[in-house]
Design a binder for this molecule. Structure first.
Ligand code: SF4
Length: 327
């Protein structure tokens, strides 16, 4: 069967409620050349059916920066790397609230509090985060998300009680590649936190970073590991090699390859939020508007943890120019 016919047949199946098999995803991931446009178009139809023409916006804040004990190869905040990231302890709840208010004024729906480090072990710091979440929830309409590293079940429950809506903890990459990305903790540690988040009744935001040297098969391995976990939101990060990190010399993938990742994820996760996060500007470059046409329905707006993003006004204009609307 010709690729275009195959793409359309699988898309019809997804629109009718069928699941994509590993063999089908494998064949979709082999699509290349101008047949990619057929793949994007089919992913767009799926996105339109299940997610409408709405775009979710999420702003993130780095509430504790740098000095991390872990050696994640991509991360500018690891103390194993010599980078120029600022080093500061946990922000006070009033400052986190001020940042959330600025995000709400921009029109975003989600605000994510992120801290560097393997976990938030210090009880005083953890209580500060709970206080920040409660304050934002009591005064603003934002849904609050957090990414604080490993989380115990008790901590997950406490965050839920404070008003947290969603928790981010990525698988980062395929299990078979994980030991080359991080040696100070393992894949099973990540799965444990994910289990705790789900047991506490929080929504789960879980995805990965692409362009770290994974093979096509390893990409599929990650997609289907995510499928087993079934997160409500799948963040898609593209490696932005930061000078001083272990991956500083990695060559970026072509923008169309990144768009293909988004499209295949939309086939596998027709109803979930697919959020394009770090590395968007550097990797997609002039093709950024295509991320919505290839199946994504969500982006991070504003600056990232350690790198600059587009000016928010430019992203809002892009969404409006595409005829999409902010949720
Ligand atoms: S990704 Fe998280 S755990 Fe890994 S080095 Fe960066 S801050 Fe530390």
């Amino acid at each position: 069967m010709k690729s275009v016919n195959f793409i359309n047949k699988v898309a019809e199946g997804v629109l009718a409620g069928k699941k994509v098999s590993l063999a089908q995803a494998d064949r979709l991931s082999a699509v290349s050349g101008d047949e990619l446009y057929s793949l994007f178009n089919a992913a767009y139809r799926i996105r339109k059916r299940f997610r409408a023409n709405k775009v979710e916006l999420c702003a993130i804040t780095n509430a504790r920066s740098g000095g991390c004990s872990e050696d994640c190869a991509f991360c500018a905040q690891s103390s194993w790397h010599k980078t120029k990231v600022p080093l500061y302890p946990l922000l006070e709840p009033d400052e986190i609230y001020r940042r959330a208010k600025r995000a709400e004024d921009l029109g975003v729906g989600y605000f994510c509090i992120v801290t560097s480090g393997r976990r938030l072990g210090n009880k005083k710091d953890f209580l500060k985060i709970c206080k920040s979440v409660s304050k934002i929830r009591s005064r603003l309409k934002l849904k609050v998300d957090a990414s604080l590293g490993e989380l115990s079940l008790d901590q997950a429950k406490a965050l839920k009680d404070a008003g947290l809506f969603r928790y981010n903890h990525n698988l980062e990459t395929a299990r078979s590649l994980y030991a080359r990305v991080c040696t100070t903790h393992n894949y099973a540690d990540r799965l444990k936190t994910i289990e705790n988040v789900k047991m506490a009744g929080l929504e789960l935001c879980c995805g990965g970073i692409f362009g770290m040297g994974e093979t096509r098969k390893q990409r599929l391995e990650l997609f289907f590991a995510l499928k087993d976990i079934s997160p409500e939101c799948i963040p898609v990060n593209f490696l932005n090699p930061i000078p001083g990190t272990k991956l500083e010399r990695k060559n970026p993938l072509p923008p169309l390859e990144f768009l293909k990742i988004i499209a295949i994820l939309r086939f596998i996760f027709p109803r979930q939020e697919i959020k394009v996060c770090g590395g968007r500007e550097a990797n997609l470059r002039s093709l950024q508007p295509f991320l919505f046409l290839a199946g994504s329905d969500s982006i991070i707006i504003g600056d990232y943890l350690t790198t600059k993003g587009n000016p928010p006004r430019a992203d809002l204009e892009m969404i409006q120019d595409l005829g999409l609307s902010v949720n």
